[in-house]
Design a protein around this ligand. Structure first.
Ligand SMILES: NC(=O)c1ccc[n+]([C@@H]2O[C@H](COP(=O)([O-])OP(=O)(O)OC[C@H]3O[C@@H](n4cnc5c(N)ncnc54)[C@H](OP(=O)(O)O)[C@@H]3O)[C@@H](O)[C@H]2O)c1
Length: 326
């Protein structure tokens, strides 16, 4: 095989690792990446990868990107943003990519990174959750709602077509090149001098509520290897959960990232989540609170058995690597 792979969002936390894996893959001949900002692919040491500036909201740019592609990998997304702005890019832009992949005569496969958030935070979800459970999303969290909506759009747009569709559902991605989880902690935005003092004196560390909800992480290089597998595999198309082995507590994550964990009763988190869900015009950032309400621990047996995915890092190793890099 000498595949040409088009990648939207090649410069993001997952994109850099994914394109590195594709660039080194013997079955990949050419990678064409597209995102909005300027970027130099040669600075990453990539030799098969070209980069062009473009917006997934621009259908002509998306058509041109996928025209030569055997496989399209769709990563471009707004994760942290306002509900309105993220919806504009994520729903309309993602639809453009799916429709362009279907319309492109050369493209035979689409790999889309959805998310654990697509399942939604429902108390009747099984634990652990498998790919058999429909991705219902949770309307009170814009990201979860949009991830579920994108999967629904994908099913609708590709129904009855020949396109092979692989949906990857990672949990939170972390590691030395994916710092978003650490950057989301407000104390990491304090001036360096203040951070050093708070790190050194346990009582000055910021309190971090832990309602007892278990958490999964996955290393960016392991997500990259799953994407490379999805691009090249003969395993059946469909959805695949991605999470490292092992489950962490929120206290472990908070402590590793510089906070002072405090266990709180779970009903307090549920109550806070219910209040936030009912208040109109809540800041989009606050909607992430809902992720702590319910366990969405995923079963990754299918990715391991069918895709042959072997994550190299446990959740604890991923957290240590993230903490060491921040
Ligand atoms: N990171 C996680 O923890 C995680 C977990 C589960 C699933 N996922 C999913 O995995 C995918 C990739 O995530 P990520 O962490 O790599 O995201 P990221 O770090 O935020 O990167 C987003 C990428 O998309 C590009 N982009 C954004 N808007 C665009 C637009 N309108 N047109 C073209 N490119 C655009 C960005 O570059 P420009 O800004 O320069 O355009 C960047 O390359 C997303 O679908 C995300 O929901 C991520």
């Amino acid at each position: 095989m000498a595949l040409t792979v088009a990648v939207t969002g090649p410069t993001g936390d997952i994109g850099i690792s994914a394109v590195s894996a594709l660039d080194q893959h013997p079955e990949v001949e050419r990678v064409i990446g597209m995102a909005r900002r300027p970027f130099d692919p040669s600075a990453q040491g990539w030799t098969k990868t070209e980069y062009r500036q473009g917006d997934i909201l621009d259908r002509d740019a998306v058509d041109a990107l996928v025209a030569d592609a055997d496989v399209v990998v769709h990563l471009a997304f707004i994760i942290m943003g306002s509900r309105e702005e993220s919806a504009r890019v994520n729903l309309a832009g993602t639809r453009n990519v799916f429709e362009a992949a279907v319309a492109s005569p050369r493209t035979r496969r689409l790999v889309y990174t959805s998310s654990v958030a697509a399942y939604g935070y429902h108390s009747d979800n099984p634990v652990p959750i498998t790919e058999d459970v429909p991705p219902r999303g949770s309307p009170e969290h814009y990201y979860s709602q949009q991830k579920a909506a994108c999967e629904a759009a994908l099913a609708e747009i590709t129904a009855g077509t020949e396109l092979e569709v692989y949906i990857l559902r990672p949990c939170i991605v972390a590691g030395p090149k994916a710092l978003a989880l650490a950057e989301a902690m407000p104390w990491n935005h304090l001036p360096d001098a203040v951070r050093k003092v708070t790190h050194a004196v346990p009582l000055l560390k910021p309190p971090f509520p832990d309602p007892g909800t278990p958490l999964q992480l996955v290393h960016h290089d392991d997500v990259a290897s799953a994407i490379a597998l999805a691009v090249t595999t003969s395993a059946p198309p469909g959805a695949y959960n991605l999470a490292a082995d092992g489950v962490l507590t929120i206290s472990e994550v908070g402590a590793a990232l510089g906070a002072r964990p405090i266990r709180i009763p779970h009903f307090l988190m549920t109550a806070a989540s219910e209040v936030v869900a009912r208040v109109p015009f809540v800041p989009s950032m606050l909607e992430w609170l809902h992720t702590g309400r319910t366990s969405v621990v995923m079963d990754t047996t299918k990715a391991k058995e069918q895709l042959g995915w072997r994550p190299n890092y446990t959740a604890a190793e991923t957290l240590s690597a993230l903490a060491a890099a921040t």
